[in-house]
Design a protein around this ligand. Sequence first.
Ligand SMILES: [Zn+2]
Ligand SMILES: [Zn+2]
Length: 357
Amino acid sequence: MFKLVNSHAHVSVPKECGIHLDITAEKKCKACGLPMCNTGVCNAQDYCKICKNERFIFSLTKVASQLMFFIFIFGGLLILTGSLDKKYFTFILFAGIIPIIIVQRVKVSGLFRGLTPKQSVYPALYRLHMGNDIDFYHEALSRAVKAKKKGENLNYPIIRYGLLQGVLLSKVAVPSSWSDEWAEILGYESGDKLEEEIINEFFDDILLNIRPGKSIGALPIVAKVVARSKNKENAKKLLLAIKDHLTDIASDELDYFGDEYLRDVFLAEDYLMEIKNWDDELRKLVDEIFELHSQKFEPPVVPRNQREAFQLMSEEAARQQKLMQAALNKSQKEIVELSKNQSSSRKLGEVSLEEEE
Ligand SMILES: [Zn+2]
Ligand SMILES: [Zn+2]
């Protein structure tokens, strides 16, 4: 909903072509950055098939809106001059809007024209990651279901990578059943197993991304998997990262992103409690985390009646707005600091040049 900072997840680049999943990538699309090989639709192309389709759809949209304009003007004139009866007004309105509706309907699916279902899955997940548009989640899923029905294998690293990037670390709320839906398609026995494999495969990338202002909602899932897999090394890495972020939050004025992070830690509490019992080092870390967390976190209040629920809701909205403003002020301050630093370093450069002369 809010895009104050660049919210994309930063993860290492996949090695395979986004369209031909088992071929090594040789280049990137010049428009969207999709990794591409030199086979089939990728061969001798600077832009991926999806970006080319996008340009085509864009020109279709232009034609459709010009057509609408023309129909409205022409129909309007006919009615005004009396050549056409007034009762056709609704008909003209309808005729003008239809091309627009058609273009809107193919806006997402039309992007994958000319690609097989299997070839469309990663590009759709990639667009979900780039554009934060939930339509791409459904598109990726329906293409994957079609590919599965054709008996195709989809369990490639790049697809798991797409799920990490587009789904797990996404800012869009995807259905909570996502891991079960994809587990069936990719041939895992359960959604839990799929989550586990993705998180272990990309653990270091994930640690860089579950932080305030980055991926909201991923922390509880990661903590759940770490607790279940009994991996002490990952647990320690995770706890140290949480402790760092909470230390920052505790020492600063609370803003919207900090608040979201505190809520994620709250949702991960049960899993942290599990990890706590593994050994003394982890116990100490978890205790420190809970101590830091309690400094700024207000646990949610359960309303006793409808009137109270309404009051709590409006209080929460006001609080969120205040936090949002704090986040805005903070990022503005950061931009000002950044430009100050840049101009002062430029001045230093000028001085040293003069000295050389
Ligand atoms: Zn592209
Ligand atoms: Zn390719």
